[in-house]
Design a protein around this ligand. Structure first.
Ligand code: ZN
Length: 186
């Protein structure tokens, strides 16, 4: 038995996804309940990460689970990055679209846990990508905006055509390479 409930995930076109979230100024029971509900929502959506703006809440907190149980990071900042990595990202807020994006390979993330203790995590590959993607959500940035101009135009055309009910299969194939991203959406 638990008291968790789940939100619906906001998707592309919802203005809340374009806004910069506010820092959390109090780590309390209300924040814990929000985090519980975000974790539930993430599991319902079969995602690996979820940021508060994706459920319409303008607070700087995200949750993730890459197989070791759920983790919440409050007021996260990326303090250092290195390397470069091409990966095909999927976003719960841009459903069913993989985008091949180059970003730093490794990141150093700092923030706070739900006890108010400082956390410091170094991550690379998928987890490093997840951290960058979630911090982007807190800044109102969607993965589409991380594409080079030409590719971004194509991705936006896919989203526009889809909203008109057109078949975008061929166009989508131009947005990823032969190897596909195989991790869950974030
Ligand atoms: Zn996302």
């Amino acid at each position: 038995m638990n008291g968790m409930s789940s939100y619906s995930v906001r998707t592309y076109g919802d203005p809340v996804l374009k806004q910069v979230a506010r820092p959390v100024d109090q780590i309390d029971g209300a924040l814990s309940r929000l985090v519980d509900d975000m974790v539930e929502t993430m599991y319902d959506a079969v995602g690996a990460g979820l940021a508060a703006p994706q459920v319409g809440v303008q607070k700087r907190v995200f949750v993730y689970d890459v197989g070791d149980g759920p983790v919440a990071v409050v007021n996260p900042t990326i303090v250092e990055t290195s390397g470069e990595w091409y990966y095909e990202e999927g976003c719960l807020s841009v459903p069913d679209l993989r985008l091949g994006i180059v970003r730093p390979m490794s990141v150093h993330l700092r923030g706070y846990d739900l006890e108010g203790e400082e956390v410091s995590i170094e991550a690379d590959e998928f987890l490093g990508r997840l951290f960058q993607h979630e911090v982007d959500h807190l800044n109102g940035v969607l993965m589409v905006e991380r594409l080079e101009d030409d590719m971004r135009k194509q991705a936006l055309k896919v989203l526009r055509d889809r909203s008109l009910g057109l078949d975008t299969t061929a166009l989508e194939a131009t947005l990823v390479s032969a190897s596909s991203g195989d991790e869950r959406e974030i």
